[in-house]
Design a protein around this ligand. Structure first.
Ligand SMILES: [Zn+2]
Length: 316
């Protein structure tokens, strides 16, 4: 059958084509409804606080459309880190559109706002989320907000405004080269309220490794002095590698009272019977957290589009 739905005899055979289209449409509707269901679930479950212990054997498996990543591979025009007195925030400006996510559990476009870190007094107590009852050395949060609300602040007042990507760290024997520039920058922001520009050619993709599936998903509130913000959490099963001496550099910072900033993790909360999803599971499910990946990050959606657009048929 040719691509226009007619066969070699020239007679049209629209039934197969139509059926295929209908199935495609039904599939899209089902996937859209699942994303809508996740967002709606937030109405009941968002008030239970984050962070929690994540255990893969106690999760509901769910299939969602692959999460699509755009521009996380583009090197920013400017990038800076700031010691807020509570954490280190990495923020950036891009020449063109900033990184964003679509599909997966989302019913819209979620734009990158900032990423920041959580750590503890030692490597045994550095992560906010626990995995199978264990705390990890550090944790990275990449905050995204729904583009419709224009800013993170405005989005934080909405019921579907904020999504945070979570990456846990695992200790490696040698320093992670993609963290060197950032960790070196910490010596220039020792005091609370100070910032420094990072002269780096790193793109976000080096820290926020894209995942299309095989991640954990749940609703949990962030408590800011009694005021709760509604957050959809997406936890990567692939950790980031870091050396012990790199973690230790975060503890050399000072807080607003000029005291060493030794820990900044929220207290672990009860699950309280809320839904926990394992999205598009892979086959490897013995432990919740996977080993540190060795291969380069997977391509983002815009890299794939670029490849297709620039593909040239070789001359034969
Ligand atoms: Zn955080």
């Amino acid at each position: 059958m040719s691509s226009d739905g007619s066969d070699a005899s020239g007679e049209e055979t629209p039934i197969d084509g139509q059926q295929e289209d209908e199935w495609q449409n039904i599939d899209d509707v089902v996937q859209d409804r699942r994303a809508e269901y996740i967002i709606k679930l937030g109405d009941e479950e968002w008030q239970y606080e984050a962070p929690i212990d994540l255990n893969i054997s106690k999760m509901t498996r769910i299939e969602l459309n692959p999460l699509m990543w755009y521009n996380h591979d583009i090197v920013p025009k400017k990038m800076k880190i700031t010691n807020t007195g509570y954490t280190v925030i990495l923020s950036a400006k891009w020449q063109r559109e900033r990184p964003y996510l679509i599909d997966g559990p989302f019913t819209g476009k979620y734009v990158f706002s900032q990423l920041h870190f959580h750590w503890g007094k030692n490597e045994m107590v550095g992560s906010e989320h626990y995995l199978d009852g264990c705390c990890m050395p550090m944790e990275l949060h990449a905050v995204h907000f729904k583009a419709d609300y224009l800013s993170q602040e405005a989005a934080s007042r909405e019921k579907d405004g904020l999504a945070i990507l979570v990456y846990l760290f695992r200790l490696l024997p040698s320093p992670n080269p993609t963290l060197v520039s950032l960790v070196d920058g910490l010596s220039r922001i020792q005091e609370a309220g100070t910032s420094t520009r990072l002269s780096t050619s790193e793109a976000l993709v080096n820290w926020t490794r894209p995942f299309a599936g095989d991640y954990f998903l749940y609703w949990g509130a962030l408590n800011h002095g009694g005021e709760k913000q509604r957050v959809l959490w997406l936890v990567s099963r692939e950790p980031i590698g870091i050396a012990q001496e790199q973690v230790a550099r975060f503890r050399t910072l000072y807080d607003v009272n000029n005291q060493p900033l030794l820990q900044n993790c929220h207290k672990l909360q009860d699950r309280c019977g809320r839904s926990l999803f394992h999205v598009n599971p892979s086959g490897k499910c013995s432990y919740s957290l996977l080993p540190v990946p060795r291969e380069p990050p997977p391509l983002t959606a815009n890299q794939i589009v670029d490849m297709i657009e620039n593909f040239q048929v070789p001359d034969l």
